[in-house]
Structure formats: C-alpha cells, structure tokens
Design a protein around this ligand. Structure first.
Ligand SMILES: [Zn+2]
Ligand SMILES: [Zn+2]
Length: 353
C-alpha cells in the first residue's frame, strides 16, 4: 500500500510503500475513498503545540512516533475483516471514528474515548487516511454513509464532530434562543454555521481578521461577520447580537487575542468553549471569572455517540453539503502546505478513485 508520511517533523511528507496489512481479530481493512486534510495535521507535522511563555508541548513525548501516516478524517470501503469483526457489508463506504482510546480506562468505558489519557487515535498515534488503505481496530468505529459522497462526509470525523460537540456543550436551550459567536471562519467555522442552522439554532456571529473568510461566512449564512482586530470589536459583536447579552462563544482559533475578546463581550453566566489550538498563553483577570460566573470549557473533538448523532442529522438532509476542494492523494504534501499558508477556504480532501 502507498502512504504519505511525516518522516521528519517540519519536512515534506514522503511517499512510502508498505505491505498492505492483513486484518487480525476485530480489525477491519478499508480502501480509503476520501481523507480530509485538517488544520490540526499542521500541528502534528510541526511536532508540537505552543503553550505560551516559551513552552511547547512535544508530540514526540506524547507517544507520536515517526514515520507517521496522518489523516483522521477518513471514509473507506471495507475490503477485508479479521475473524472477529462482524456486521459490515463489503464494498460499502464507512466513515471512520478516529479518536480511539485504550478501551480500558474509566473515560473509555464510559464512552468518552476522546478523553483517554493513553490514546491510540488514527492518523495521530496509529496510521491514518493519507494512504490508499487504513486499518480500523473494531467495526464499532465505522459508520455506514450509504450513498453519501465520501469527500463530503470525511470531514465530519473531525471538523464536524468537533463543532457538534462544542455546540452540545453550549446547550440547545442557549443556541436555539441566542446567537452564538464563532471565532474563525475557516473549515470549522463554516461547519459551525451549517450545524447551528440544522439544529434549529438562532444563528451565529462570526469573527475573523481575514476579509475573504468573513465574506465566506456571510455567504454561508452568518448573521454578521466582524473583524476581530477592530478596536471596537466587542461593541460590534454585542450590537450584532441585537444589543442583547451574548451568552456563548466558540473559539475555533484559541489565541490570546480571541480568548481575551470573548472575555470582554460575554455576559454574566456566559460560556466560552475553546476548541482552537493556535496556542500561546492567556492573561484573564481571574477575579472576573467568578464575578462574571463564566464557564471556560475546553472541547477536544467528540465521542463516538456524538459522531453517530451527527451522522443521523446529516442523513436527514438538514446539513447542506460543505464546500470541499478535492485533490489526488499524491498531492497530500502540497495540500498541507497550502493549508499551512492559509490558502484553503473550506475543506481540502484527498480522494482515491
Ligand atoms: Zn482534525
Ligand atoms: Zn482509555
């Protein structure tokens, strides 16, 4: 099998030929049909996250070993299964849940594998979808997508799931009644807009410093699109919310500037859900966190049940197809570079015929 791998951090992905695995036990081998190229792959490719104040989180220390086949947004067709893998139909297309844990700890047992502290995520700790084949450890991680387009569906495994889980943390009682502020109008931001609409939400005010991305957000139905770098950005956001208190924000950027702006416009009892991994350190006025009774909640992808719920929603047809740019698998490195340079609007997906 062919795969496109990180051989050294911060160096171009290399095409490698590896033996196609024979699935054992409960394992399933799929032929990759579509593999989304996600912004978090850039952090993985860089080998770490900026924690601010000169510190970095090294992924090497967190169990990421090279060479690595990235790709955690994968749709594939079953080609073979181990003797203990059942319930799958040959040649059907399945969305792969990649956020797999150890299977034994309290988080995993309660169905929160995305909170496992010994993760074995596909495309991070184990080989992912930047390849013509992928091995999934158990059929339970596969969701039948029927006749839906693999390239359209692949990004739901990360960007879709991440935004769905963040919205659930806000709660339907809030997002149905009040506009939600979304920081970042990239792939995740556009996904949030469509999900809010599909879930019967009151809409979103999008904040982005890039005018082209603000326009993309408006085209996708944002109530307003605000330049976060404007000196009166907080006032503009409150005005766009109809002058009513702003209850909730999802920060898909996760930078000092975005988290501090959210702090300024959120009302008492407000919720800030931080998803983005841009990095750096924040200097919130700590006394104001209790005085404003604010909730600052981190959200990391989502669990398997949430991905199943999301796919139920997608099957209803209420979630319009997202704008995806299709590329050949062999373009994995150039697509990753384009994403790194901020040149991708919407989602980029590698496809295999
Ligand atoms: Zn991702
Ligand atoms: Zn676990």
């Amino acid at each position: 099998m062919k795969c496109y791998c990180v051989v050294n951090f911060r160096e171009p992905l290399q095409e490698m030929n590896q033996p196609t695995p024979t699935p054992q036990g409960t394992q399933v081998l799929l032929k990759v049909r579509a593999a989304g190229v996600c912004h978090s792959d850039i952090h993985l490719w860089e080998g770490g996250y900026d924690l601010g104040q000169g510190r970095t989180l090294s992924l090497k220390d967190r169990g990421v070993s090279l060479p690595l086949t990235m790709g955690h947004e994968t749709v594939g067709a079953v080609v073979a299964a181990g003797p203990e893998a059942s319930g799958l139909s040959d040649s059907r297309n399945y969305l792969v849940y990649p956020w797999i844990g150890c299977g034994k700890c309290p988080s995993c047992v309660s169905g929160m594998e995305n909170h496992c502290s010994a993760p074995a995520c596909l495309g991070v700790h184990r080989a992912g979808g930047y390849a013509d084949h992928i091995v999934v450890p158990h059929p339970k991680y596969l969701i039948d997508i029927g006749d839906l387009d693999p390239a359209q569906i692949a990004p739901y495994a990360c960007s879709g799931l991440t935004t769905y889980s963040a919205l659930k943390k806000i709660g339907a009682d809030i997002y149905r009644e009040h506009p939600v502020v979304i920081f970042g109008a990239g792939g995740l931001g556009l996904m949030s807009l469509t999900l809010i609409k599909a879930l019967g939400g009151a809409g979103a005010i999008v904040v982005d410093i890039d005018p082209a991305k603000r326009q993309a957000a408006l085209d996708a139905g944002a109530l307003a699109a605000i330049d976060g770098a404007a000196p009166d950005a907080a006032q503009q956001i409150i005005k766009a919310a109809g002058g009513k208190p702003v209850q909730a924000a999802i920060d898909l950027v996760g930078a000092p500037a975005t988290t501090s702006l959210a702090f300024d416009f959120l009302t008492k009892g407000g919720k800030l859900i931080i998803v983005g991994l841009f990095g750096g350190a924040s200097s919130w006025p700590i006394a104001l966190i209790p005085m404003k009774a604010m909730s600052i909640i981190g959200s990391y992808v989502g669990n398997l049940t949430e991905l199943q719920e999301l796919m139920e929603l997608v099957r209803t047809g209420k979630v319009p197809p997202m704008p995806v740019h299709r590329h050949a698998l062999a373009e994995a490195d150039s697509v990753l570079s384009a994403l790194r340079a901020g040149k991708v609007v919407g989602r980029a997906v590698l496809t295999v015929d």
